[in-house]
Write a protein that binds this ligand. Structure first.
Ligand code: BGC
Length: 389
């Protein structure tokens, strides 16, 4: 729920009849989970608060890391660069990657503000700690768009991402479906290990929550046996491998399912399985549709991944940046609102994730141009996955 300061901050700049509408909207029910979204009327941040945005042609873009997923340098960075420049001709971008360090990211934000950034696009390394950045930016009238990962601050101007709980549900439902079909030799009492993402990334909480929505009923009924369920600090791929090695040792290799939150960690989990000659036999999940992830799917070492068309995420972000700079209404760009801790709702746009396994690689990532058949098939044997020449 809002405290008085937040209510005043949100409501004072809005005049007349709008006061009632805006206040009612902003202080609406806080019964949903922080970070999940609703499609109700969204709130638009006040132009008075973000006074620096109007006419802004200097945008800071801060991404969280580069080692646990190839997406940031391979997709997010070039796509944000291209889309923001296309939407706002003449703009200068200040780019920095925090390399998995929240303090580094705060310093990078300070540096961007010092160099005149008047809009910030931030994929936070740490969803809670990045609130400091939002408050500093706000003090200079600078709006922060939380990109991909939510920032837990009521003054975050916008949030652009995918439906992350849905990502987890797709992963979990895939496991449930394979179990029900008896694939991977799965039968009652199959052992399931969950290797989740970083606990400081709000997305990782949503992925796990979504996955458990699909899996908990099977755990409760004794169909699946949840033998391990841990977060992986910094989404560290090497750590994920050692977690999997530990599970295999503890269970004497009796593990049938590895729920793994993304492709980077899935690849090292596959390495742990390979050293026990279990790769291809254990059902491994992933996310991001990385080149390695898709190749692991075609060789049979990984079962599935989630494709998130990052181009859409970047494009929507660019549209918001341009609208803020031009002082235009943003209500047609957002499609709902997302609650942060404390109950405030951030206007948000959540895109739809797509499930990928061996059967639809060609129709999804290849058809979309996210990866080419040539890239995917390079290094794979002829006929791999039925799509390589
Ligand atoms: C992103 C994933 C990514 C993970 C690790 C999450 O916040 O949504 O796409 O794999 O971070 O970087």
């Amino acid at each position: 729920m809002y405290n008085l300061k937040q209510v005043l901050h949100r409501c004072l700049p809005i005049l007349g009849v709008l006061v009632l509408a805006a206040c009612t909207n902003n202080s609406a029910s806080n019964s949903s989970t922080p970070g999940t979204s609703d499609t109700g009327a969204s709130t638009s941040p006040s132009n008075t608060v973000f006074s620096a945005a109007k006419g802004c042609l200097n945008v800071g873009v801060l991404l969280p890391e580069s080692d646990s997923s190839s997406r940031y340098e391979a997709y997010d960075r070039p796509l944000l660069d291209r889309e923001i420049k296309a939407a706002l001709p003449g703009v200068t971008l200040q780019y920095a990657n925090a390399n998995n360090n929240a303090t580094t990211q705060q310093n990078q934000a300070d540096a961007a503000l010092t160099k005149g950034a008047c809009i910030l696009v931030i994929d936070p390394n740490d969803s809670d700690q990045a609130a400091v950045i939002v408050q500093k930016a706000k003090a200079s009238g600078v709006p922060v768009i939380a990109y991909d990962r939510l920032i837990q601050d009521p003054d975050t101007a916008y949030y652009v991402s995918f439906d992350n709980q849905r990502v987890g549900e797709l992963q979990g439902q895939y496991i449930a479906d394979q179990y029900k079909a008896g694939n991977y030799g799965l039968k009652q009492g199959a052992n399931l290990a969950m290797i989740n993402g970083s606990q400081t990334d709000n997305n990782a909480l949503l992925f796990r929550k979504g996955a458990l929505n699909a899996l908990q009923p099977l755990v409760d009924s004794g169909d699946l046996n949840l033998v391990f369920d841990q977060y992986t600090p910094n989404w560290d791929n090497a750590k994920a491998q050692s977690l999997m090695e530990g599970v295999l040792t503890k269970q004497s290799n009796n593990v049938q399912i590895a729920y793994v939150a993304n492709d980077g960690m899935a690849n090292t989990v596959v390495a742990a399985l390979r050293s026990q000659k279990l790769n291809g036999k254990v059902l491994v999940t992933g996310q991001d549709a990385t080149l390695t992830g898709i190749q692991n799917i075609l060789t049979g070492d990984q079962a599935m991944t989630i494709y998130k068309p990052i181009a859409q995420e970047a494009k929507a972000t660019a549209r918001l940046v341009a609208a803020l700079s031009k002082g235009e209404d943003t209500s047609s760009i957002v499609n709902g609102s997302t609650e942060v801790k404390g109950g405030a709702k951030i206007p948000s746009l959540l895109e739809t994730p797509i499930i990928v396994d061996k059967k639809n690689v060609a129709q999804t990532v290849i058809a979309d141009g996210f990866l080419t058949q040539e890239q995917i098939c390079s290094g794979l044997s002829a006929g791999a996955g039925g799509i390589c020449p």
